[in-house]
Design a binder for this molecule. Structure first.
Ligand code: COA
Length: 151
C-alpha cells in the first residue's frame, strides 16, 4: 500500500454489511466469520462502535466493539491479507480504542486464538495482557482472554 494518506477510517454502515462479512470470511474462514446480518445489526446498534478502513474506495479492514457501561469487548478485527503488515490494524485499533474510551469505557477485553501470534503481538503492542485461558472458546481451539485498563 505505502500510501497511508489514502487510508480513510469511517464508521461501518448497514451498506457495508455484505462487504464486511466477505472480509471476515477471507480473514477468519467459514467457521469463524460473522454473517452480513450480524454486521447489519451491529452497524445499527448504539451499543457497538464499528469502524472500517477504506483504501482507494475499497473496504480493507474492519474493527468492531460492544460497549456495556465501563466495559468494552472487541468483537472482530480484520485486515485484508493483501494489506497486512502496513500498520492498518494499528491505525484502526487506535481509533477504535479512542472511541471506546470517549464513550466512557475504561476496561477493554477480547478473545484471541492461542495460535494467533499476529493478533497477540498486535494487542500486546497496545498494552493488552493475557489474563486467562478459556477452554474450547473456539470450535477447535482455546482462547486467550486479553484485557487492558484505561485510566
Ligand atoms: C492481526 C491483524 C489484524 C494484524 O493486522 P495488520 O494490519 O497486519 O497489523 P499491523 O500492520 O498494524 O501490525 C502491527 C504490529 O502487530 C504485530 N504483527 C502483525 N502481524 C504480525 C505477524 N504476522 N506476526 C507477528 N507479529 C505481527 C507486529 O508487532 C506489528 O508491528 P510491526 O509490523 O512493526 O512488526 C491481521 O493479521 C488479521 O486481520 N488477521 C486475521 C484476523 C485476526 O486474526 N484478527 C484478530 C482476531 S482477535
Amino acid at each position: 500500500m505505502g500510501k497511508k494518506a489514502r487510508l480513510i477510517v469511517r464508521k461501518l454502515t448497514t451498506d457495508d454489511a455484505e462487504v464486511a462479512s466477505d472480509l471476515d470470511l477471507k480473514c477468519f474462514g467459514e467457521f469463524d466469520a460473522c454473517s452480513s446480518k450480524y454486521f447489519f445489526n451491529v452497524a445499527q446498534s448504539s451499543n457497538w462502535e464499528c469502524l472500517v478502513a477504506e483504501h482507494d474506495g475499497k473496504v480493507i479492514a474492519c474493527a468492531i466493539a460492544e460497549i456495556d457501561n465501563d466495559t468494552a469487548e472487541i468483537g472482530s478485527l480484520a485486515v485484508d491479507p493483501d494489506y497486512r503488515r502496513q500498520g492498518v490494524a494499528t491505525i484502526l485499533l487506535t481509533k477504535l480504542l479512542r472511541a471506546i474510551v470517549r464513550r466512557g469505557a475504561n476496561f477493554v477485553v477480547l478473545e484471541v486464538r492461542l495460535s494467533n501470534t499476529a493478533a497477540i503481538e498486535l494487542y500486546k503492542n497496545f498494552g493488552f495482557q493475557i489474563v486467562e485461558r478459556e477452554e474450547d472458546y473456539y470450535w477447535d481451539e482455546d482462547a486467550w482472554i486479553m484485557a487492558r485498563e484505561f485510566s
